[in-house]
Structures are given as structure tokens and as C-alpha cells.
Design a protein around this ligand. Structure first.
Ligand code: SF4
Ligand code: SF4
Ligand code: SF4
Ligand code: FES
Length: 944
């Protein structure tokens, strides 16, 4: 059997608390009540043959291979569909059973190509295993009868194929698509001998609704659904368990290797965030790690107009340190800074912030969370006392009403979306607050109870109106509020929320959501036994992002929806390690664990450990760095794995700031947009080479394990350590584990964390310390981290960005399933087949009045700049709103976004830009300049 195959217990686990004892083949077995006989047997080490059952989907009972005999029962019940009962006496191996099983297998094999020796699944095929297990030697029927051996192979999907000739119509794939993924893309067409698996209505996989999650491939017992990488390279011979490098769900994967080569990524069943499921990005889009664009040697250049020169690591690091020291000598200690990356490990991030604080001697460190979830940190800390989400993902399975605000989980957090959809199919109710009709509003077997299609920028009045109804209609959980929250703050908030301007009727005028819908949604949420809020960047990336986060926390406190399973305020974090990069002390005012640099006792602890004096004054945030650069006061930056030039708003301003600096050091896999302004390029490592940890959206610390050594010759933490030494502050780590040991020593919420501990327990959610030795899945159980919950008044202040006659539409932005963030990784994979360029969604009415046609170029102009992209005409957006993604640098979506930002954290207001659109015939001026610059950059790189 294939060495990387994961154990399969036949049917899903029972969640019953009770156990029952049965006898299997004469031996006692105690299992959970409700377990199938098949599972009970497998848990007891007895492998009953099976084909149509697998432990990730409900049993179906079609193959008749798993039959057993039970004392006192007639016939041969299927063990997969028969639950255990106390005292049952079960026989799994008898003459009669063997004969039936051989007959069943004989029928399967007579309609199966006998090409085992050349089949890509040879050695990893359950049909082959079962033929062996039942002792099938001959097929009496011959192979000349009617069969499916000439059925065509569908190779349309870039990552997997469907070879219908090998299908045994067990329907595992159909059930996985329905139950695990929730897409319902597959059906069994026809009856009896004619029955076959069909994607959509007889479409190819590529043209169907399939979202390439791979769940069907994982359950297929034959080579019918098979990864092309396995067809091309053969089966793996070993595996390493690690964590996905894409989104904040933090799925665990087995990286399956053949020698030195990765041949497959399989979601890990023991993964506590994903329970064996995945999405197209994590499972398939890993080819970027070996893409030809990856830079493998350090590069330097005097000026950004010079050609890059390949140099040794010593020369590159020495050159960077020399230029940084010269800048500090001339312009002062605070004239340089660093940016940490939410795609790097905690250990890599920790050393970069330490480099800035200890070697640069200032606090000019910030992270890309500035531009996504910094309001989450601020808002949840203010109200509840900690800068993180409150629940594990599994908590959604106990929710009765789920409110999704400014998030699109099916594209941005797909594995969590599948879990949420499972709960919704079980009967939980859904409220969606989003300007667009996101997929969740209406999908197979799911219909949102209420969709509040608000105008971009009006989150705060809408959350206030929801709270207004809850207070006005007596739906506040008074006992909870009295016991758990600060009474004065509650009274002040209540007075604010009951003001007439917060009534649904008034809010309808600004938000565009009718008052009755707001009232109905508020009643549904207010009366829920367990009401849970999930939100994303549609909440935070606003001028009142922090206000809105506090507004949601207020609502959750008022309705008593915090501190147990099924409830909570849950940020859906974008990048794989955005939680970790914040936890590690990447903000200019906070050391690891969100402790103020201005606090002497905190600073002293770090000073004693690091042997330096630290600056007590908070440093620059990213926008401050840019402003200071434009003013000639900030001259150098060390940028770890972050493409500021593409991802930050108001591109013209960002480019002006980057161009004005004297030394920019970029550490990344690829020469990204920011590298066009850089003087030193230090090649980074992919997740396949990293040793460390990522922290997902549920505060889960997951191990990241290397499957190969650093391909460019150096671990990233070591690069930073060497730069620090060259700057005059040596660090002394021998490996990443020692960095985590230091994090644990200096961060009270991480005290018990170490690589050894994580390797033992799999993963753990912080806080993990003496008070919570096995971590803390649910926060704020008996009391809030800050003690009593604080209600904060959330008066609405409209954004300064307004529509007018010249810019009458509102642009808002988001993501697509197949691409990820700035696209640096996914654009270098076959995922482009689904979405090769950013499109502008326009409502048919807005398109028609402007003469814009689907698929044609359209000019998009704001007060900040203009770009051109293709139109997609759709009713997903409402009239007056247009929408695009920001995955392609040549689109330049941020050329049009503004400088407006969240009042508390400076998180940019990406989600609201007043724009005008018109048909266009050519690309914009900025896009032409971009193309010229890209060409020049490509031409001047010396590759020796
Ligand atoms: S890859 Fe996923 S979405 Fe596509 S058919 Fe298979 S299970 Fe369904
Ligand atoms: S494709 Fe695989 S899982 Fe689906 S019915 Fe055929 S053999 Fe079973
Ligand atoms: S859901 Fe997120 S973490 Fe999981 S596989 Fe997809 S991108 Fe990776
Ligand atoms: S495995 Fe039980 S009937 Fe197929």
C-alpha cells in the first residue's frame, strides 16, 4: 500500500458521549454509541473490506462488500450502514461472507481495465487492495461483455483528470462534493449499467461548477479521479506534515514527495482547522515555489536605474548594512525601518522586528496587517481586551444564526466556508451584510434569510440600526450585560444607540437597506440561542473600520453572544500568518504579545534578554514612513515578503515615497513591484523550505515543516540574523526552534509553546501557558480578558470620500477563489485558467447608460488616478456600485484608491472610492508606464 495514504476508519466518527460494547469476531470492542459496525471494527483493528464507504462522508451502502453476520439477525447487513448496539455479536469473516465478497469484486473487476501494472494508482488503489483482500484470482465472466472500458478521459482541469473507464460508480466523489465541499457539482446520471458520474449537466470538469477543491479525488478509491502530478511523476514515497501558505484558515497538509520532488499535497485529516479538507490554492497551487521567475541569488545595484548584479550573500548583506549605517549616520537613527511579512513564519517575523528595535535602534517596524486587520486588533482589544478572534472554526457547528459581514468566505476562506455551509444545510440561519450578492447569499441548498446590500461605507450605521432594534424591542440579554459588562459603558451606549438617527428608518436613507430588512435581521439575530458574527476586510478597510469592529463587539455583548461555543466575533484573517505577524510584535507601538513599548517593565524584560537599550517611543506606521520619505526624512527600508508598491493604496504616493529612498532592501521569492525601487534583493524561501510556525485566524499555532533545504542557500531568519550582525548587533540562534523558545520566554500568551510541544499535540490555540496548558480554543468564557466588557459608543461619521457628478459610482474591492492577494504566488500557477486578469463588475443599468459592453475595456477614474480594465456585467453588484479584484499588478487597482484611512489604525479605506467609468480603447498612462518599467526591469537583470 502507498506509504502516504491516511488511515480510513470507514464511516464518520460518532459524536455521542456514551459508549457501547459489542463483540467482533469473538473479541470485545467498546466504541462510541452511534458508530457503524464498520468503524467499530476498524477502530478495533479488524478491517472489513469496503469500497463505497469512507470516513469523510456518510455511508451509502451500495457496494455490498462490507457485509457481516450478526447473531439473531437474518441475512447479511452492510456494516457501513448498521450502527452498533450493545451486546451485538458480529462476525466479519465467514465462508458465506467470503463468497459474497468475491462475487461482488468479480463483477467490479469484469468492467475494469486490467492495466494495474501501468496504472498511475498501482499500489494506491482500493479496488486493487479489495481484490487482494477477498482473494479474487479469476473473473468467470470474461471481459468481452458490455463494459465502459472505452469511456473518454476528461483532462480539462489543469490539476486532475477523470478517467471514466476506471469508475466503479461508488458515488464517494458525489457525496464528498455535496457533504464535504458543499458545491454539489457532481451527479450520478442514468440508472443501472448506464449510470455514470457527471460534472454539471454533462459538462467537462473545467466548465462545470467544480471549484477544484480536490475532495472528490481524495475519496476516489480508484484511479478515476487522479492528480495529473501523480500521473506524470508517480506515487509518493514519503510525506511531511505542514501548513498551507495561503489564507488564514491555516489548513494542515501532507506534502507528499517522491525523492526530492513534491508530487502531491493532500489535506491532513488530523488538521484541527481543516479536518482533511482543502481548497484549490492549498492543494494544487504550489508550483510557484519552483517557478522560473524565482530569484536564487542575492542582487545589488547602486541606483534603481542600474542593472542588478548577482553577488554573494556576504556581499549583499554587507552592502545593505553599509548603506543603512551610512543613512543613519547622515540622517539619524530613525531614518530607516522595516516591514514584516504575514506570509513568513513567526520566527522569521520575530527576528525582523528584533533587528529593527535592537540593531536599527528604533521602533519603525510595521506589518502588512496595517492594511487589512489592524482595526480588528484595536477594536477587539478595546471592547474585550484581546486583539484576536474569539472562537475556533468548529464553533460554527453550534451556531444557530450566522451573520457574515464584509466577508466572502467561499472565495477567501474556502475551507471554513465549506464547514459553515454544512452548518447552514443543517438548519442554521444566515444573515449577509455586504454590498454584493456574494455566493453565500444563494448557493445549492442555502438561501440567506436576509441579505443587507448596503452602500459601501455604511457599515457603522447598519450595525447601529441592528443594535437599535435589539435594544428597542427588548432583545438585550440583560443578565449577561449586568454580570459581564461595565454598566456605565452599557448605559451610555444604549442612550447613543436609541438616538433617532440610529433607527432603521433613518439608516435606510444612508445605507440603502430598507428598514424592514434591518428590523427582521436584528430580530433574527437577537432571538438566536447562539448568534455568531464572522467578518472580513469589508469591515476593517474603512475610515471607520475600528468603530465597526467595536460596533460588532457591542452587539455580541448586548445579545450575550460571547464566551461559549457557537457564538463570538470572528475575524476571517486574510493571510496565512497575519495573526502571527501581529502577535510577534510587528507594530511600532507594541512588543510581542501586544505590550506597549512605552511600558518600562515590558521594555526592561526585552532589554535584559536582548542586551540593548530600547527606544520607548513608538515608531512610524507604514503610511507615516511614506509621508516621512516624501518629506526627505525617511531614507531606508528592509521589506520582508511584502509588495508595498502593489498592495498599498494611492499608488502614485507610494511610488513617490519608494523612489525617494536611498536604500530599499527587498527579501522575497520574486522581483516584485516593490523590488523595482530596491537596491538590494535578498532571495527568500518558499513555505516548502521553512521551519517554523504560522498562526491562523482562530489563534491556532501550526507547525510549518521543511520538505527540502533552502533552495537559494539560506534560511530567512538566518539572512536577518546576518544583516543584524553586520549592523553591529549579533543574534545567536542556531535554528528556528530557538527563536520560538525566546518568543515563549518573552510572551506571556506563548509560555508553553515550543516546537517539541507542537510536534506532540499537533497544534494549539494561544493563550497557551500555565493557566491554559493545552491552549484556549474559546476566549472570554467566564470573564473578558479585560475583566468587564466595555461598550464603546459608535457614532457614525461618513467617509470624506464622496460621490459627486464627476465621480458618481462607488468602487469596492475583493478577491476571487483561484487567485490570492497580489497574485505573486497564484499568478505563477495554472490557477490563471480560471481568472487571468482583474475584471470590473458593473450593474447592467450602469453599463447601459454609459455604453459599456461585457468583456470590453472600460476606463475607471477616481480623484487619484485612472486605469483600464475589462468589464463584467452582472447583477451581483447593485446600481451605483462597481467592484474589482487586485490580483494583477498591471491592473493597478490601487492607482485609484485614496489616502483615506481608519481613524484609529491608519488601515486604508480600500473599500470605498468614488469613481466614474467609460468605454475605453487603450490602457491608461500609468499602465503604459508600468509596462515599460516591467520591460526594463526584465531586461536589466543579469543572470550570469
Ligand atoms: S474538485 Fe471539489 S468541487 Fe470539484 S467536483 Fe471535486 S469535490 Fe466537487
Ligand atoms: S469517480 Fe471515483 S469516487 Fe467517483 S464514483 Fe467513480 S470510482 Fe467512485
Ligand atoms: S482554505 Fe486557505 S489555508 Fe486552506 S487550503 Fe485553501 S488557501 Fe490554504
Ligand atoms: S462499504 Fe458498505 S456497502 Fe459499500
Amino acid at each position: 500500500m502507498n506509504k502516504t495514504r491516511q488511515a480510513d476508519l470507514g464511516t464518520p466518527a460518532s459524536h455521542a458521549a456514551d459508549t457501547v460494547t459489542v463483540e467482533i469476531d469473538g473479541l470485545p470492542a467498546t466504541v462510541k454509541a452511534g458508530s457503524s459496525i464498520l468503524r467499530a471494527a476498524r477502530e478495533s483493528g479488524v478491517d472489513i473490506p469496503k469500497l463505497c464507504a469512507t470516513d469523510s462522508v456518510k455511508p451509502f451502502g451500495s457496494c455490498r462488500l462490507c457485509l457481516v453476520e450478526i447473531d439473531g439477525r437474518k441475512g447479511y447487513p452492510a456494516s457501513c450502514t448498521t450502527p452498533v448496539e450493545a451486546g451485538m455479536k458480529i462476525r466479519t469473516q465467514t465462508e458465506a461472507l467470503s463468497k459474497i465478497r468475491r462475487n461482488v469484486m468479480e463483477l467490479y473487476i469484469s468492467d475494469h481495465p486490467l492495466d494495474c501494472l501501468t496504472c498511475s494508482a498501482n499500489g494506491d488503489c482500493e479496488l486493487q487492495d479489495m481484490a487482494g483482500a477477498v482473494g479474487l484470482r479469476d473473473v468467470r465472466y470474461g471481459f468481452d461483455g458490455e463494459n465502459h472500458l472505452d469511456a473518454p478521459v476528461d483532462t480539462s482541469n489543469p490539476y486532475f483528470q477523470f478517467d471514466a473507464s476506471k469508475c466503479i460508480v461508488c458515488s464517494r466523489c458525489v457525496r464528498a462534493c455535496d457533504e464535504v465541499q458543499g458545491t454539489f457539482a457532481l451527479t450520478i446520471d442514468g440508472r443501472g449499467f448506464q449510470s455514470k458520474v457527471s460534472a454539471g449537466i454533462g459538462e467537462s470538469f473545467l466548465d462545470s461548477e467544480c471549484v477544484s477543491c480536490g475532495a472528490c479525488i481524495q475519496v476516489c478509491p480508484t484511479a478515476t479521479l487522479m492528480e495529473k502530478s501523480i500521473v506524470d511523476h508517480g506515487l509518493p514515497d514519503h510525506k511531511v506534515v505542514t501548513t498551507c501558505a495561503y489564507c488564514g484558515v491555516g489548513c494542515s497538509f501532507q506534502v507528499e514527495m517522491k525523492g526530492e520532488q513534491v508530487v502531491r499535497m493532500t489535506p491532513h485529516k488530523d488538521g484541527q482547522a481543516n479536518h482533511g479538507h482543502s481548497c484549490v490554492k492549498g492543494r494544487f497551487a504550489w508550483g510557484y515555489a519552483s517557478h522560473r521567475d524565482r530569484v536564487m541569488k542575492p542582487l545589488i545595484r547602486e541606483n534603481t536605474s542600474d542593472p542588478w548584479r548577482e553577488v554573494s550573500w556576504d556581499e549583499a548583506i554587507g552592502y545593505a548594512a553599509k548603506r543603512f549605517k551610512e543613512i543613519q549616520a547622515e540622517h539619524g537613527r530613525k531614518s530607516i525601518g522595516g516591514i514584516t511579512s504575514s506570509r513568513c513564519t513567526n520566527e522569521e517575523v520575530f527576528v525582523v522586528q528584533k533587528l529593527v528595535r535592537a540593531a536599527f535602534g528604533n521602533n519603525n517596524v510595521d506589518t502588512c496587517a496595517r492594511v487589512c486587520h489592524s482595526p480588528t486588533g484595536y477594536g477587539l482589544n478595546m471592547t474585550l481586551g484581546t486583539s484576536a478572534g474569539t472562537q475556533p472554526f468548529d464553533s460554527v457547528m453550534d451556531a444557530d444564526v450566522i451573520m457574515v459581514i464584509g466577508a466572502n468566505p467561499t472565495v477567501a476562506h474556502p475551507v471554513f466556508a465549506s464547514q459553515m455551509k454544512r452548518r447552514l444545510r443543517e438548519g442554521a440561519q444566515l444573515i449577509v451584510v455586504d454590498p454584493r450578492e456574494i455566493g453565500l447569499v444563494r448557493s445549492p441548498h442555502i438561501q440567506a434569510a436576509h441579505h443587507l446590500p448596503l452602500q459601501p461605507g455604511t457599515n457603522v450605521p447598519v450595525i447601529n440600526a441592528l443594535a437599535h432594534v435589539i435594544v428597542e424591542e427588548g432583545l438585550v440579554n440583560e443578565d449577561y450585560v449586568r454580570e459581564r459588562c461595565e454598566t456605565d459603558s452599557y448605559e451610555a451606549w444604549k442612550a447613543m444607540i436609541l438616538k433617532p438617527e440610529n433607527s432603521p428608518e433613518e439608516v435606510a436613507k444612508v445605507s440603502g437597506v430598507d428598514a424592514e430588512t434591518i428590523r427582521a435581521a436584528a430580530r433574527l439575530f437577537g432571538k438566536a440561542k447562539n448568534g455568531a458574527i464572522y467578518y472580513g476586510l469589508g469591515v476593517t478597510e474603512h475610515s471607520q473600520g475600528s468603530t465597526m469592529v467595536m460596533g460588532m463587539a457591542n452587539l455580541a455583548m448586548a445579545t450575550g453572544n460571547l464566551g461559549r461555543s457557537g457564538v463570538g466575533v470572528n475575524p476571517l484573517r486574510g493571510q496565512n500568518n497575519v495573526q502571527g505577524s501581529c502577535d510577534m510584535g510587528s507594530f511600532p507601538h507594541e512588543l510581542a504579545g501586544y505590550r506597549s513599548v512605552a511600558d518600562d517593565s515590558v521594555r526592561n524584560q526585552f532589554e535584559n534578554h536582548w542586551g540593548v537599550t530600547l527606544d520607548p517611543v513608538p515608531g512610524f506606521r507604514i503610511p507615516n514612513m511614506f509621508d516621512a520619505a516624501c518629506a526627505g526624512e525617511f531614507k531606508g527600508m528592509y521589506i520582508q515578503g511584502e509588495d508595498l508598491a502593489q498592495s498599498d493604496p494611492d499608488t502614485h504616493h507610494v511610488e513617490a515615497a519608494l523612489s525617494s529612498m536611498e536604500c530599499i532592501v527587498v527579501q522575497d521569492l520574486f522581483l516584485n513591484e516593490t523590488a523595482k525601487f530596491a537596491h538590494v534583493f535578498l532571495p527568500g524561501t518558499s513555505f516548502l523550505e521553512k521551519d517554523g510556525t504560522f498562526i491562523n485566524a482562530e489563534r491556532r499555532i501550526n507547525r510549518v515543516r521543511p520538505v527540502m533545504k533552502a533552495q537559494q542557500g539560506k534560511d530567512e531568519w538566518l539572512i536577518t540574523q546576518e544583516l543584524s550582525a553586520a549592523m553591529g548587533y549579533p543574534m545567536h540562534y542556531d535554528n528556528a526552534a530557538q527563536i520560538m523558545d525566546e518568543i515563549a520566554e518573552l510572551t506571556p500568551t506563548f509560555t508553553n509553546v515550543s516546537f517539541t510541544f507542537l510536534d506532540e499535540v499537533g497544534s494549539v490555540q494561544w493563550p497557551c501557558n500555565d493557566d491554559a496548558p493545552m491552549g484556549t480554543p474559546i476566549m472570554h468564557i467566564d470573564q473578558f480578558v479585560r475583566g468587564k466588557g466595555l461598550f464603546v459608543e459608535t457614532d457614525y461619521e461618513p467617509t470624506k470620500e464622496r460621490t459627486n457628478r464627476k465621480f458618481p459610482l462607488l468602487l469596492t474591492t475583493g478577491r476571487i477563489l483561484s487567485q490570492y492577494n497580489v497574485g505573486a504566488q497564484t499568478r505563477r500557477t495554472a490557477n490563471n485558467v480560471w481568472y487571468g486578469e482583474d475584471l470590473l463588475e458593473v450593474h447592467p443599468h450602469d453599463a447601459e447608460t454609459r455604453g459599456i459592453r461585457d468583456g470590453e475595456l472600460v476606463a475607471l477614474a477616481s480623484r487619484k488616478g485612472d486605469i483600464t480594465l475589462r468589464a463584467k456585467i452582472t447583477t451581483r453588484v447593485k446600481p451605483g456600485v462597481v467592484y474589482t479584484t487586485f490580483h494583477n499588478p498591471e491592473t493597478g487597482a490601487n492607482v485609484v484608491t485614496t489616502e483615506y484611512a481608519d481613524w484609529a489604525t491608519d488601515c486604508p479605506e480600500y473599500k470605498v472610492t468614488a469613481v466614474q467609468i467609460a468605454p475605453a480603447s487603450h490602457r491608461s498612462g500609468w499602465q503604459e508606464e508600468f509596462a515599460a518599467r516591467a520591460k526594463q526591469q526584465g531586461k536589466i537583470v543579469e543572470t550570469n
